[in-house]
Design a protein around this ligand. Structure first.
Ligand SMILES: [Zn+2]
Length: 310
């Protein structure tokens, strides 16, 4: 007979247990029933996975929870999660600074920040109720203000990898735009600096890191082209991908891509998928449909064919 597990229809023999139905729908999910997951009926009442399934058409939901379901005992604790080996594919370098480092860099460069202790600064940088992406991005102006030297970029990239390794991240892809470090740095300098920090931290920790160079939808397309050319030269040195968000409409990017010979001359397999990051839902759906290797906040990015190099 047919029952439903998380909206998926499965066929189970009469007398089968709820656990069997879950396994039919998703084997991995069924394994979680011994610790991190529990089952509810359609009304949200917790039921025992060992119970027999009810009548045909019964609806079951499997909930994965850090609280461990019936007994309410936390099984999937933060500590456990920290120890699991993990990969993270979408982090912004200029959004991942240690507050103490920000203060340090600001002091060295004579820059004023919104607060002068690490705790207060962390609080000041927290975005609680941004009305849109643009408003959220305003915080980046503050982090970027202390990242206009090669030494600062290298240090922040180094510390970023050290911190991620401490969370047992085994592989991480970190993104940023060298265009936001001009005119203080050349594009080459703005790419070499974080690469140097990453290389050092990678060697110390064993965490593998891919650097994703992002074009900016707010900058003229010519700058993106220029950036793509420079970034391609650092492919072997650790630049994993080039992310090209769309300025406003798809056709604009397509016409640039068609006109340019950058793609042919370099190792990029394709320009990034046309995705508008300011139109979240539809963009994410399209991004995941069009570019399976893309990840995160509605952006698509295409991987270069090989990522190697420690
Ligand atoms: Zn993002």
């Amino acid at each position: 007979m047919r029952v439903f597990v998380n909206d998926k229809a499965v066929e189970v023999p009469r007398g089968a247990r709820v656990r069997d139905a879950v396994a039919q729908a998703d084997d991995g999910l069924a394994r979680l029933l011994d610790g991190a997951a529990y089952v509810t009926d359609a009304a949200g009442r917790t039921i025992d996975a060992g119970d027999a399934v009810g009548e045909a058409g019964s609806v079951y939901r499997v909930v994965v929870s850090a609280r461990g379901g019936r007994e309410g005992k936390p099984r999937l604790t933060k500590d456990v999660l920290r120890r699991w080996p993990k990969a993270e594919l979408h982090v912004h370098l200029d959004g991942a600074l240690r507050p103490a480092t920000m203060l340090d860099l600001a002091r060295l460069q004579g820059i004023r920040l919104p607060a002068d202790t690490p705790d207060a600064l962390a609080k000041a940088m927290l975005v609680r109720d941004a009305k849109n992406l643009e408003e959220y991005l305003q915080k980046y102006e503050i982090t970027l203000s202390v990242l206009q030297t090669a030494a600062a970029l290298e240090r922040v990239a180094y510390e970023f990898v050290i911190d991620k390794a401490a969370e047992n991240l085994r592989y991480v892809e970190v993104r940023y735009s060298p265009l936001l470090h001009r005119p203080a740095l050349t594009l080459a300098q703005a790419i070499e600096a974080p690469l140097a920090g990453i290389r050092r931290a990678s060697a110390e920790t064993g965490t593998k890191v891919g650097l994703i160079v992002c074009a900016m939808r707010t900058k003229p397309p010519a700058e993106s082209l220029e950036l793509a050319r420079v970034a391609a030269e650092y492919h072997a040195a650790g630049v994993t991908a080039f992310d090209w968000p769309v300025p406003s409409a798809d056709f604009r990017r397509r016409s640039i891509a068609r006109r340019s010979s950058t793609r042919r001359r370099t190792a990029w397999p394709a320009p990034a998928m046309p995705v508008r990051e300011t139109a979240p839902t539809r963009s994410i759906r399209r991004s995941t449909t069009l570019a399976p290797s893309g990840s995160g906040t509605g952006r698509g990015s295409r991987k270069m064919p090989h990522f190697s190099r420690k």
